[in-house]
Design a protein around this ligand. Structure first.
Ligand code: ATP
Ligand code: MG
Length: 424
């Protein structure tokens, strides 16, 4: 577009979404590549599920009293009258895919990862968007707390590989169906007693699901919640033992962590282990990742009784912590003058690319001087010059843009000449 006028408001990006442009996208690519490489070392494989899912999946999976389901979902009715939701989180999709394809019967480890966009009608602010991106990992079919520790260590390892420092790992246990009801009763009684001091939203939660009060971002509610009973004082023997062994494994793997009894996480399906990794700054948006165990989720969705554990990392929040500059690229800029040179340059560019080198060829009508200026401005490592003289003489010119050194090279020799120089 050549028009200088800004797009009308209707044509601007939807509030809470943003474009990730070249210059920034290289950082995303690096993080994604690093994550994939690392997860595969732990036996994880990619599982790509659709962006849209039936709304019931989240009502049953995520939980009807969660903030996600009550306030944040992008839900619409499609032309067939079916209620569809843009996924707000990934775990229910994986559980659905396992049931649908009976992945549990394959005998392969049920360790999956995925990187992609999630959608929540959140209040847009720094670290909080309506389309955001998660790196999500899930392990199904492993009860042992050692697996919980393994995935926390994996998350920690990814952060360290990316050079993130100064994070803190918080852990807790939210118990199971055996021990949570007694806790729920006491919690409700305490929440009822301070009901008047809670926000409107939390007053509703007192009845529906008082555990959700811990998710509230209102400072007054957070202060009240700090005095609520602690779930850790109610854990049954099995949950207590699971939590102790989880922490023991973390110690063994050398992962520093701190128990945080007020940590509950915003999803209904968690059982036993939960954890978050937080970064010092970012206020209420300081959680880089959160996760935990969900032993009943699959069963609740009507599937087989298979336990699960996993985490989701927010890519925007992770990338905000990184201090990386994309490496300058080494590429060849092809300068061509005249019709014959243009076709020759196209062939030379194809050959360079086929040999794994980046080659840029532009076709706007420009003389030699302005093409050379372009090569300079764009930061080309080398220029390949094809003009009338070069065609006549049967030798192209190859110029090192950093030193200004220039050499005559036969057309068939260009790839061979440039390959070691571009790699080095
Ligand atoms: P928060 O308490 O900040 O709302 P959450 O508990 O809703 O987080 P999870 O559902 O656990 O978040 O998602 C895992 C991670 O995804 C979070 O730790 C965060 O890094 C990221 N995340 C969640 N919601 C958003 C959002 N609206 N924008 C950007 N990142 C998000
Ligand atoms: Mg949230």
């Amino acid at each position: 577009m050549n028009s200088a006028a800004p797009p009308s408001k209707d044509l601007a990006a939807v509030k809470g979404t943003k474009d990730i442009l070249p210059g920034e996208v290289e950082v995303w690519q690096r993080v994604e590549a690093e994550a994939k490489r690392l997860f595969e070392l732990y036996g994880f494989r990619e599982l790509r599920a659709p962006v849209i899912e039936p709304t019931e999946l989240y009502l049953k999976g995520t939980g009807e009293t969660t903030d996600i389901v009550t306030k944040e979902m992008y839900t619409f009715t499609d032309k067939s009258g079916r209620s569809i939701t843009l996924r707000p989180e990934y775990t229910p999709s994986v559980a659905r895919a396992i049931v649908e394809h009976r992945l549990d019967l394959l005998g392969t480890p049920m360790r999956y990862y995925y990187i992609g966009p999630m959608f929540r009608y959140d209040k847009p602010q720094k670290g909080r968007y309506r389309q955001f991106h998660q790196i999500d990992i899930e392990v199904f079919g492993e009860k042992d707390p050692a697996v919980d520790a393994e995935i926390v260590e994996m998350a920690d390892s990814l952060l360290r590989r990316l050079g993130v420092r100064g994070t803190e790992t918080l852990v807790n246990s939210v118990g199971c169906r055996a021990c949570r009801p007694a806790y729920g009763r006491d919690l409700k009684a305490r929440a009822e007693a301070v009901r008047d001091r809670l926000c409107e939203d939390c007053r509703r939660k007192v009845e529906a699901n008082p555990l959700r009060i811990f998710d509230c971002k209102v400072e007054g509610c957070r202060a009240e919640a700090r005095n609520f009973p602690k779930i850790t004082d109610y854990l049954c023997e099995e949950c207590r033992d699971h939590f102790a062994r989880f922490r023991g494994c973390l110690d063994l793997l050398g992962v520093a962590h701190r128990p945080e009894p007020n940590l509950v996480r915003g999803l209904d399906y968690y059982t036993k282990t939960i954890f978050e990794i937080v970064a010092g700054e970012g206020g209420q948006q300081n959680a880089v990742l959160g996760g935990g165990r969900y032993d009943d989720m699959m069963k609740d969705l009507g599937g087989p009784d298979i336990c699960g554990t996993g985490f989701a990392m927010g890519l925007e929040r992770l990338i905000a912590l990184l201090d990386v500059k994309p490496e300058p690229r080494k590429f060849v800029y092809l300068i061509h003058v005249g019709e014959e040179a243009k076709t020759r340059a196209a062939v030379a560019a194809r050959d360079l690319r086929a040999a794994g080198m980046e080659a840029l060829l532009e076709f706007g009508v420009r003389n030699f001087k302005s093409q050379f200026a372009r090569a300079n401005k764009l930061g080309a490592g080398w220029a390949l010059i094809i003009g009338e003289d070069e065609i006549r003489g049967g030798l192209y010119k190859v110029k090192d843009m950093a030193t200004g050194d220039q050499k005559d090279v036969r057309p068939e020799g260009v790839v061979e000449f440039l390959r070691p120089r571009l790699e080095g």
